[in-house]
Design a protein around this ligand. Structure first.
Ligand SMILES: *Cc1c(COP(=O)(O)O)cnc(C)c1O
Length: 420
């Protein structure tokens, strides 16, 4: 029996489903990782894969980037947590403020989940209103207010909402489809006095990859401004990924509050809430919106984040990864009629030939076929996240040769899947 299989048998006895996050579950069992470097991830059975999962988004420089690892080591020697302020928190916050157009102040937390949870609380505290508008299929982490039609994990596993969340909690969460201006208009007309915020991923990355239509984000900016509603961009995936300033810079639309995570931590746990001073100063200790955490702004995550952003600042990372992303999308389109979605270094192939522009159209794809495709690719040494409703990422460590090998493998895998 292989080592991954053996570890899986052990894991199932002590970890629920053998994993610590449901998206990692894979049939018949997931591979267990031994180590990873650059664009490659290696399992305990000695297999090598070109990695397009990249820990679900953080690793923009690839695995174990030498400069980042060096800085993390130095920091570990100096201590891993202090419970006091450090210069590193100031430096990383200054970088966020410098690059993210709408950010004037920052609060660091430990995950994207905490960031959106606190951002929603902040919006409610600031406006004194109860309700929030959320996009169908958008994922903002695994907390109660947003676990309604919440994208990848929930979607793949067929549990659109979660047990253990009282209706009282989600009754203030109003769902609208992505890219649908009329739906937002009618909700705002009906309930404007009650709505604290609209939260969305400006580019959806947890229902597959879905781009905003021309003018949609600008429309949201205008209607929220006119009605005293705060606009929250959840840029946990897109922040520092589609450009240094995230989707808000890319599309030229500034939200009131931004949530960040993933790339910002350079591979260590992180989350952040950023926004206008007038709004942010409602957080404790200055304001009445409580927010706290033992590991908030911890020096390990700050150091890893600073080192990662330094590399992004001084090298042409985005230019390189974006051109590889566009190459892979272009070549995929030339070998398949399935719908291929792409922006910069993010891409996904949907197993449907129709255009995907929201959650419902994403659901038309054949998710089972995608999993066959994903498994066929694994056997060729290519690792995509095991779900139709995730996004594939490219890192700075990926090479043209990696991409060419991947396209050849995808061509084989597509033939295998359609030949059934
Ligand atoms: C991953 C993700 C989150 C949650 O971040 P965690 O660090 O996993 O808690 C929130 N929002 C979006 C858009 C994400 O992709």
């Amino acid at each position: 029996m292989g080592r991954s299989k053996k570890l899986y048998e052990r894991a199932k006895k002590v970890l629920v489903g053998g994993v610590n996050s449901p998206v990692r579950a894979m049939k018949p069992y997931p591979f267990f990782t031994k180590h990873a470097k650059g664009s490659k991830i290696y399992d305990v059975d000695g297999n090598e894969y070109i990695d397009y999962c990249l820990a679900y988004g953080p690793l923009i420089l690839g695995h174990a980037h030498d400069y980042v690892v060096g800085k993390i080591k130095e920091q570990a020697e100096r201590g891993t947590a202090y419970g006091t302020p450090t210069e590193q928190e100031v430096i990383l916050a200054e970088k966020v403020v410098k690059h993210v157009p709408s950010a004037e102040m920052v609060r660091f937390v430990n995950s994207g989940t905490e960031a959106t949870m606190s951002a929603i609380r902040l919006a409610r505290g600031y406006t004194g209103r109860r309700k929030i508008i959320k996009i169908e299929g958008a994922f903002h982490g695994a907390h109660d207010y947003v676990l309604v039609k919440a994208g990848s994990g929930a979607t793949t596993h067929g549990v659109p909402t979660s047990a253990g969340i009282p209706e009282d909690t989600t009754k203030n969460t109003i769902l609208v489809p992505f890219n649908d201006e009329e739906a937002v208009e009618s909700v705002v007309k009906r309930e404007r006095e009650d709505i604290a915020c609209i939260i969305l991923e400006p580019i959806m990355g947890n229902a597959g990859l879905i781009l905003p239509k021309d003018g949609y984000l600008k429309f949201l900016r205008e209607i929220t401004e006119e009605n005293g509603i705060l606009l929250i961009f959840d840029e946990v995936i897109t922040g520092f990924r589609v450009s240094m300033g995230g989707a808000q810079e890319y599309y030229g639309v500034e939200p009131d509050i931004t949530t960040l995570g993933k790339v910002l931590g350079g591979g260590l746990p992180i989350g952040a809430i950023a926004g206008k001073r007038e709004i942010m100063e409602n957080f404790s200790p200055l304001g009445k919106v409580y927010q706290a955490g033992t590991f908030n702004g911890n020096p390990m995550s700050m150091t890893s984040g600073i080192a990662t952003l330094e590399v992004l600042e001084r090298e042409n990372v985005h230019e390189k990864i974006n051109s590889l992303g566009e190459k892979i999308a272009k070549e995929l389109r030339s070998i398949t009629d399935y719908y291929v979605s792409n922006i910069g270094s993010m891409f996904q192939i949907f197993f449907t030939e129709e255009e995907v522009y929201d959650y419902a159209t994403a659901q038309r794809s054949n998710a089972e076929k995608f999993l066959e495709f994903q498994r066929a690719l694994l056997s060729e040494g290519i690792f995509l996240p095991p779900s139709q409703f995730e996004t594939n990422f490219i890192s700075y460590a990926h090479t043209k040769e990696d991409v060419e090998k991947t396209i050849a493998a995808m061509e084989n895998a597509l033939r295998k899947v359609s030949g059934k």
